[in-house]
Design a protein around this ligand. Structure first.
Ligand code: ATP
Ligand code: MG
Length: 428
């Protein structure tokens, strides 16, 4: 029969990789608790209109990367979420979450973008992100950047650098925009197709182009920072001084504009050279206009999102992946029949006390020799093997074998099993 494979660009996360994911997830849970961020989970499928409005029509995501389809039953236009912010803002508005004051939120989960699969770029990938909603000052911009830095340190990532920029406010961008339009119009013949289209719809996005042929032209374009007014500059300068006061190194990159439409003031990215072309592990910024644009009462907000696959790959390169943990403490061997019944009871009583146990289950459903069971016990990484054969059972005993240290094996009464196991585990 022909095999069915996974969809291109959508990966299985195999047991051998799960220790790394668990490690990352634990670090994220510690991080969000340390800063008082609360979890939020939104559906994977949303109305297509949510992303068109929330991300912006003239973006890579909305123009060409969304998995959109029509609901066969009612004709609704739906999309697999390509990112987290739009849906969180929707939920915040729908449930009035910032009615009583600002909120610090975090989320994690799979995202979907129809991109060309390659290293660090998948069609289903996972993001962790934070959103701080209802805060206007640069203090919160600094806080969320500090969180990122703490996370990279905690995970032992090497070679991550921070780039920041300010996108100012809408009127400042408008002045910059007309300067950009005159500049790029002057060089229209050198523009690629995407940029020519964006020259009309969203000239700022030309600066985001990844086309190498466009880079020198972009280099010479008018810089937004030169168009910022007093308040925007003040916001940006306070952010910088808070980062400096906390010894966070950063570089100002005037060309950093980010792919999404809704950003204003601070934007930033964490980048590494260790991952090849897909070097951005996380990025974010302030998006004060978004909540109003999504139909809510105007409120400022900022946040960032990180690509978990890229971070895990960088953990590997930084040699900071956790060691694989053994899958259990005790492996229980038996000979079927009454010994199986007793082994199962013993395993359950140990589990009730918090001991991790694997019960030997022969693949063919028949009983197998103790020798082959012992090989399995060894491979499991367990500290102890508990052996219950017919002779032991007759005496209401088991044999407890130390698999890692001395290799000592001794008979113990089944009535005293738990304390014997705990003593042996503590001894190690
Ligand atoms: P890129 O410039 O690499 O396309 P982006 O600007 O589209 O990134 P964001 O929308 O800011 O990315 O998403 C935040 C993070 O999610 C990125 O910095 C990256 O680490 C990760 N990410 C984005 N797209 C993918 C993808 N297709 N596969 C894996 N990770 C991704
Ligand atoms: Mg992208």
């Amino acid at each position: 029969m022909q095999k069915i494979s996974a969809i291109r660009g959508m990966n299985d996360m195999l047991p051998s990789q799960s220790a790394a994911w668990l490690h990352l997830e634990r670090a994220l849970s510690d991080l969000t608790r340390a800063y008082g961020y609360e979890a939020i989970r939104t559906p994977i499928v949303e109305s297509t209109a949510l992303f068109q409005r929330g991300i912006g029509e003239v973006t890579d995501i909305v123009e060409k990367e969304m998995y959109s389809f029509e609901d066969r039953l009612n004709g609704e236009q739906l999309t697999l979420r390509p990112e987290g912010t739009a849906a969180i803002v929707r939920a915040v508005i729908e449930h009035n979450l910032i009615y009583e004051g600002p909120k610090r939120l975090w989320y994690t989960g799979p995202m979907f973008r129809h991109e060309r699969p390659q290293r660090g770029r998948y069609r289903q990938f996972h993001q962790f992100g934070i959103e701080a909603l209802g805060f206007a000052g640069p203090d919160i911009d600094a806080e969320i950047i500090l969180m990122g830095q703490r996370l990279w340190d905690e995970l032992g990532l090497k070679g991550v650098r921070l780039e920041i920029n300010s996108l100012g406010q809408a009127d400042e961008r408008a002045a910059h925009r007309s300067a950009l339009v005159s500049y790029f119009t002057q060089y229209q013949s050198q523009l690629d197709e995407d940029s020519r289209r964006r020259l009309q719809s969203n000239p700022l996005r030309i600066l985001d182009s990844k086309n190498p042929a466009m880079q020198s032209l972009i280099e010479g374009a008018p810089k937004l920072l030169e168009f910022l007014g007093k308040e925007s500059l003040q916001h940006f300068e306070t952010l910088q001084s808070l980062l400096k006061a906390n010894n966070i190194p950063f570089k100002i990159n005037p060309r950093l504009v980010r792919g999404l439409d809704y950003y204003n003031l601070s934007v930033f990215e964490w980048i590494t050279d260790a991952l090849g072309a897909q070097g951005t592990i996380a990025g974010g910024g302030r998006y004060d206009p978004l909540i109003e644009r999504m139909g809510g009462k105007p409120a400022p907000a900022c946040g960032w999102a990180m690509g978990m696959e890229r971070v895990i790959e960088l953990m590997g390169i930084s040699e900071s992946l956790p060691e694989t943990e053994p899958v259990c403490d005790v492996y229980v061997l038996h000979q079927g029949g009454e010994t199986l019944t007793q082994a199962l009871i013993a395993a359950e009583s140990l589990r009730s006390a918090g001991v991790d146990v694997i019960l030997h289950c022969p693949p063919d459903g028949q009983s197998s020799s103790f020798k082959s069971q012992m090989k399995k016990a060894d491979a499991s990484g367990a500290q102890l093997a508990l052996i219950i054969g017919p002779d032991e059972l007759a005496r209401q005993e088991g044999q407890l074998k130390d698999l890692r240290g001395t290799g000592e094996q001794r008979a113990i009464p089944l009535a005293g099993l738990l304390s014997a196991v705990i003593d042996a585990l503590v001894d190690r």
